[in-house]
Ligand binder design. Structure first.
Ligand code: NAD
Length: 478
């Protein structure tokens, strides 16, 4: 099978390294594409092209830069069906979610384009006579973006749109699991005649070419969305050239259900959140803490709802509720974790078995009688599994939720405003949902604390990640 071509300096170019990685359809295990493991010289060349085009790009009026983003958005909408089917095929995402991802990506590009006339520098008061102080907001220069597979198409825009609107250029490396949608994105970039070198795409494995993307002297920001180990590796590499890092890493979102919660609502949101993208979302509910007084009612309803979740091949069944996991190793890892939890005292109330047949499916699973010491409660599962733990009072709930090295998102279910605000005061997370679950808004700021990352994305603050300051003191005395 032919290898996908890189997109460098406005052209599709053959990969230099013939060692390839097979891209599988996770619903059928069929081999659908190949990508190269990548080549350091190729990455250097892409960075060099991004570097050479950057000054011209930055001097293009921001509103014109925004027009390019809007043209990309328009083409994405025109090719929405093809993109949706591609995302379903390579990522195992259900049709409705893949379609949402495609349109959201187009909307995101339009939204970021609107910042063209809105981001501003400052003029400051001076302590000296006849002095003006100007604080400019300028592009960083060349940026790189390393992507995961779970929202592969949207994440291209989440990195390239704020980068480009602020005058930076970018080299993107998609996940080796989901490269085909990125190829279509590059086709669109070519069609709209984005100036050469402004957007580049290189394929490859993170362990092979990730270091160059992070430590190349010409790169001013490396932005990774991915796992905690990859984040640590990127930071280590970036330290060699003191490159700025933006790390959007894993989560272990607690859903806290207080005794006064609307139980039906809580069950519905938590189940939707846990099965969406087969539980492979950084901010979906990963562990549930329920007040002991409502445990039985809540768990009965939760189990009933999770039992109703059927998995099927989303390529064949457009209304599939849940697709497969991304790959076999993920399926095996999750099943092992479930079995270890059972051995440690967890009670499997539904699911918990390894399906036979083609595809990396896993059933919606609920495990009660868990505790905070278990791996399943401390480490990211990234599958449709809900471990349940009970608590006695508010302080215990908050303590258990915070007792984890991740700090991305959390959710709270209560009808009491005081309980909600007290929880917001005390939860150690970058994002909290009250009486609902994910997703976040493009005008918000998606950012984790602790081991969930450094910096964030979206909105005004996400844009700021791609800007540097340049302060000028101007003496105008005669
Ligand atoms: P991953 O870490 O395996 O891979 C992510 C990307 O990093 C891939 O492109 C991979 O090639 C690259 N990579 C791997 N090792 C690298 C290295 N040593 N140097 C440089 N790059 C390297 O993650 P994944 O399995 O693709 O995605 C799932 C993870 O992403 C989960 O932990 C999930 O929580 C996280 N995620 C976080 C967010 C967020 O916004 N915080 C969003 C989506 C996914």
């Amino acid at each position: 099978m032919n290898m996908l071509k890189n997109f460098i300096n406005g052209e599709f170019v053959d990969a230099k390294n013939n060692n390839s990685i097979n891209v599988l359809n996770p619903s059928t295990e069929e081999h659908i594409a190949s990508v190269s493991i990548g080549d350091i010289d190729e990455v250097k060349y892409a960075i060099e092209c991004a570097y050479k085009s950057q000054k011209n790009w930055e001097s293009t009026p921001a509103v014109e830069r925004g027009l390019y983003l809007k043209k990309i958005a328009k083409k994405i909408r025109e090719r929405a069906d093809e993109l949706t089917n591609t995302i379903v095929k390579e990522g195992g995402k259900i049709h409705a979610l893949a379609e949402t991802e495609v349109y959201f990506t187009a909307d995101y590009l339009d939204y970021m384009a609107e910042w063209a006339r809105r981001y501003e520098g400052e003029i400051l008061q001076s302590d000296r006579k006849d002095e003006h102080i100007f604080l400019y907001k300028k592009a960083l220069g060349v940026t790189t973006g390393i992507l995961p597979w779970n929202f592969p198409f949207f994440l291209i825009a989440r990195k390239m749109a704020p980068a480009l609107i602020t005058g930076n250029t970018i080299v993107i490396k998609p996940s080796e699991e989901t490269p085909i949608n990125a190829n279509i994105f590059a086709e669109i970039v070519k069609e709209i005649n984005l100036p050469k070198g402004v957007f580049n795409l290189v394929y490859g494995s993170g362990s092979h070419i990730g270091s160059e993307l992070a430590n190349n002297e010409k790169v001013q920001l490396v932005s990774l969305t991915g796992s905690e180990p990859a984040g640590k590796k990127v930071m280590e590499e970036a330290s060699k050239s003191l490159t700025k890092v933006n790390l959007e890493l894993g989560g272990k979102a607690p859903a806290i259900v207080f005794e006064d919660a609307d139980i039906d609502k809580a069950v519905s949101y938590i189940v939707d959140s846990r099965i969406i993208n087969t539980g492979q979302v950084c901010n979906c509910a990963e562990r549930v803490y329920v007040h002991e007084s409502i445990e039985k009612t809540f768990v009965d309803k939760l189990v009933t709802a999770m039992k109703n979740v059927a998995y099927s091949d989303p390529n064949k069944n457009k209304d599939s509720m849940m697709g497969p996991l991304i790959n076999q190793s993920s399926q095996e890892k999750i099943h092992k974790l479930v079995k270890e939890t059972e051995q440690a005292g967890g009670k499997i109330l539904t699911g918990g078995y390894l399906p036979t047949g083609k595809g990396f499916f896993y059933p919606a699973t609920v495990i009660s009688e868990c505790n905070n010491k278990m791996d399943i409660v401390q480490n990211e599962i990234f599958g449709p599994i809900l471990p349940i733990i009970t608590f006695k009072d508010f302080d215990e709930a908050i303590h258990l939720a915070n007792d984890c090295r991740y700090g991305l998102t959390s959710s709270v279910y209560t009808k009491n405003l005081q309980t909600a605000f007290k929880a917001v005061d005390q939860l150690e997370f970058g994002e909290t949902y009250i009486n609902r679950e994910n997703f976040e808004a493009m005008q918000g700021f998606h950012a984790g604390i602790k081991n969930s990352g450094i910096g964030g994305a979206d909105g005004k603050h996400g844009l700021e990640e791609y800007l540097r300051t340049h302060i000028v003191y101007m003496n105008i005395s005669e």
